[in-house]
Write a protein that binds this ligand. Structure first.
Ligand SMILES: NC(=O)c1ccc[n+]([C@@H]2O[C@H](COP(=O)([O-])OP(=O)(O)OC[C@H]3O[C@@H](n4cnc5c(N)ncnc54)[C@H](O)[C@@H]3O)[C@@H](O)[C@H]2O)c1
Ligand SMILES: O=C(O)[C@H](O)COP(=O)(O)O
Length: 336
């Protein structure tokens, strides 16, 4: 690959310091500005060859059109739905992400939400802080023997499956691309969504946000689910239709929701967050020291690879993702 000249990079969000250090070690001038309004970004972007973002910076067509010198947009994370990839491509700007750097962290938060939903941990903790001792109100249900439906069997979906199997959950799923034989090798039986909805006690979504996945769970699909189904969205706001979710929670069709992501972040309308059966986080899936270190380092190394003209195919370094599930598999008693 021909080397690309990148002399200046703007980092517009809180990215691990290793990112800046690696870029600077390689002679790139770095500016960090973390609270830029859209107009400021549009005014300044022309001064930079590269832009590094997380999920909060909206790299829209008008930002891209103002970016006279921009050659690369580096997303230190997974989802690129905040970047207008078509507009960038039309302008010859490369968009790259670090798709495996935060997989484990997002999977672990998903598991934490599933477990918290089953035992009302956040609500019970809040009640204790208020001076109560309410053992009856927070009666839970075991995850053991329950059915977990996983929609989207990519990196995170797989890691969630193997971890929740160690709690004795049956894992079923759907993915239009992952071959059923592959997901079967990590314990997930694939089926159509029509077959999946009525079987699940819990559903977790792990797809990108795109036309086909907006409102994947909506009034119609909630109606096909078991009454009291619990849902988790640690992927992108809107994959579970928020208004339909609120209606399902109010009617009891949905028994609880664990939400890390919202259509609008932070959400202005707090009716979902305030619902007693909803537990939520402010988009914390990738917010661990380890994930941020990996994503910051990976995006910087990928940019440096471009400067040096290194071949980017396979540039994402493999992660030891199978380590934890392997341990769980080895430690699992033979009778399960
Ligand atoms: N909450 C967070 O902080 C956080 C952290 C990391 C990733 N994410 C989000 O999680 C999601 C998944 O990430 P990933 O790394 O597992 O991505 P991935 O690309 O590895 O997996 C996504 C899977 O979804 C499947 N898919 C696509 N369309 C589908 C459809 N219509 N129905 C079912 N499956 C479909 C794809 O085939 C793929 O296997 C992304 O939206 C990402 O942005 C959120
Ligand atoms: O897609 C992702 O990588 C996650 O949503 C994390 O986003 P963040 O980098 O803004 O935490």
């Amino acid at each position: 690959m021909a080397p690309i000249s990148i002399r200046t990079v703007l980092i517009s969000e809180s990215v691990d310091p290793r990112c800046r250090a690696i870029l600077e070690e390689n002679g790139i001038r770095v500016t960090e500005k973390q609270t830029m309004k859209k107009e400021e970004l549009i005014a300044e972007i022309k001064d930079y060859d590269g832009l590094v973002v997380r999920s909060a910076t909206k790299v829209t067509a008008d930002v891209i059109n103002a970016a006279d010198n921009l050659k690369i947009i580096g997303r230190a994370g997974t989802g690129v739905d905040n970047v207008d990839v078509d507009a960038a491509t039309k302008k010859g700007i490369i968009v790259m992400n670090t798709p495996s750097g935060n997989t484990i962290s997002a999977a672990e938060l998903t598991c934490a939400l599933l477990m918290s939903l089953s035992r009302n941990v956040p609500q019970a903790a809040m009640s204790m802080k208020q001076g109560n001792w309410d053992r009856k109100k927070f009666m839970g249900a075991e995850l053991y023997g329950k059915v977990l439906g996983i929609v989207g069997l990519g990196r995170i979906g797989k890691e969630v499956a193997t971890r929740m199997q160690s709690f004795g959950m049956k894992t079923i799923g759907y993915d239009p691309i992952t071959p059923p034989g592959v997901s079967a090798s990590w314990g997930v039986e694939q089926m159509s969504l029509e077959q999946l909805w009525p079987q699940c006690d819990y559903i977790t979504v792990h797809t990108p946000l795109m036309a086909a996945t907006v409102g994947l769970l909506n009034d119609e699909t909630f109606a096909k689910c078991k009454r009291g189904v619990k849902v988790v969205n640690c992927a992108r706001g809107g994959i579970i239709d928020e208004a339909a979710l609120l209606r399902a929670l109010e009617s009891g069709q949905c028994g609880g929701a664990g939400l890390d992501v919202f259509v609008e972040e932070p959400p202005k309308d707090r009716s979902l967050v305030q619902h007693p059966n909803v537990i939520s986080c402010p988009h914390l899936g990738a917010s661990t020291k380890e994930a941020q270190a990996r994503c910051g380092e990976d995006i910087a190394l990928q940019i440096v690879d471009m400067v040096k003209g290194n071949n980017l195919v396979g540039a994402c370094r493999p992660r030891p993702h199978s380590f934890a599930p392997l341990m769980l598999t080895l430690l699992r008693p033979a009778w399960t």
